[in-house]
Write a protein that binds this ligand. Structure first.
Ligand SMILES: Nc1ncnc2c1ncn2[C@@H]1O[C@H](COP(=O)(O)OP(=O)(O)O)[C@@H](O)[C@H]1O
Ligand SMILES: [Mg+2]
Length: 337
């Protein structure tokens, strides 16, 4: 892929200021539009990627998704798509406040009011996408851009799925840390797949740690399928029960147990009160994950990997009570005999 330096002119119109992002398929540059004197972001995709069938489809979907979602205030605006020499340029509004990942790395977990500010907006962006038959498939903090004034803009439809395009539907692609079990099992993504990834993000922002982490991506994938998430309130007790319930429902292993739409997620997030008293959500600890022709039944959550001393399931609660009763009896014998 071509590297451009400051001062170079792309498509006889965009003067490069600096590179602001680099991925597998594209580089993103901050540039000045010499006609309008405004700053834009130029996503440059090399022609050899676009001429391969998969690359071509991803490019088509990405530009169409940006165009179709143009009416959302929470999606990065598309200005133009231009072919220039051996490359395609996607000209986007420049969003200059970094990503939600940068914010998280700097400030850590979010407060409840921040969660209530950011997440409903992402739900709005996704609701429109889902209505238009678009599934983002790569929801993660790196793909949420922020303006300097704090506006939220969803971006990067590079591996999205769109009605009318069919070639990469059953493929395990995405980012392991945020990847839903059904995509790991190479099944067709649905709106519930985005709800899962958004739920992992919400978990991470509410507690300060993602539920399934490991240095090997393969092991992360296995955890998404097999492990029960540690209940968020065990990590951050200041989270209201209602928020924990929303997170757990968003990251159910089976898509049918999750929310039916992001609109419902938004409605529930907006209803959260720091003082609410509600019953704990009953996370399903059995799931059927089908991989190809085989349906794999997994029993999730026989232990909590991160908090070994906290009671983990009904059996260990009983065991803890039993041990406690034994210790009390033993101490009483010592004291009174
Ligand atoms: N419109 C934009 N304004 C400012 N920065 C952007 C914009 N689009 C992308 N970037 C930067 O470039 C990075 C990579 O862009 P992205 O579209 O996510 O492509 P990739 O497929 O490589 O992840 C982003 O994480 C962000 O830092
Ligand atoms: Mg990205």
């Amino acid at each position: 892929m071509q590297n451009y330096v400051r001062g170079e002119i792309l498509a006889e119109r965009y003067e490069v200021i600096e590179e602001i992002g680099k991925g597998g398929m594209a580089s993103v540059f901050k540039a000045k539009d010499i006609y309008t004197k405004t700053i834009v972001a130029v996503k440059v995709i090399s022609l050899d990627i676009v001429t391969k069938p998969v690359g071509q489809e991803r490019f088509e979907i990405e530009k169409e998704a940006f165009a179709k979602l143009g009416s959302s205030p929470y999606v990065v605006k598309l200005f133009d798509v231009i072919q220039s020499g051996s490359e395609w340029l996607i000209i986007l509004e420049n969003i200059d406040g970094g990503t939600l990942k940068d914010k998280y790395q700097q400030f850590g977990a979010m407060t409840l009011s921040e969660i209530k500010y950011y997440f409903p907006k992402l739900c709005d962006a996704l609701e429109l996408a889902h209505k238009l038959g678009i599934i983002h498939r790569d929801i993660k903090p790196d793909n949420v851009l922020l303006t300097k004034s704090g506006q939220v803009k969803l971006s990067d439809f590079g591996i999205s799925v769109m009605e009318g395009f069919n070639s990469e539907l059953e493929k395990a692609i995405g980012t392991p840390k945020y990847m839903p079990p059904e995509i790991i099992a190479a099944q067709k993504p649905t709106p519930q797949s985005d709800i899962y990834s958004l739920g992992i993000m919400l978990y991470e922002f509410a507690t300060g740690i993602a539920p399934f982490i490991h240095k090997e991506p393969k092991k992360i994938a296995i955890k998404h399928i097999n492990d029960l998430p540690t209940y968020p309130r065990l990590i951050n007790p200041s989270i209201p029960q209602s928020l924990e319930n929303i997170i757990l429902k968003m990251i159910e292993k089976e898509p049918r147990n999750r929310y039916t739409s992001v609109a419902e997620v938004k409605r529930d997030i907006l209803k959260i009160k720091s003082t609410d008293i509600v019953k704990q959500y009953n996370y399903h600890n059995k799931a059927s994950i089908s991989t190809g022709q085989r349906v794999k039944k997994v029993r999730v959550g026989t232990y909590y990997s991160k908090l070994p001393f906290v009671a983990k399931n009904r059996f260990s609660i009983l065991l803890s009570l039993f041990i406690l009763a034994f210790i009390i009896a033993f101490v009483s014998v010592l004291v009174f005999v």
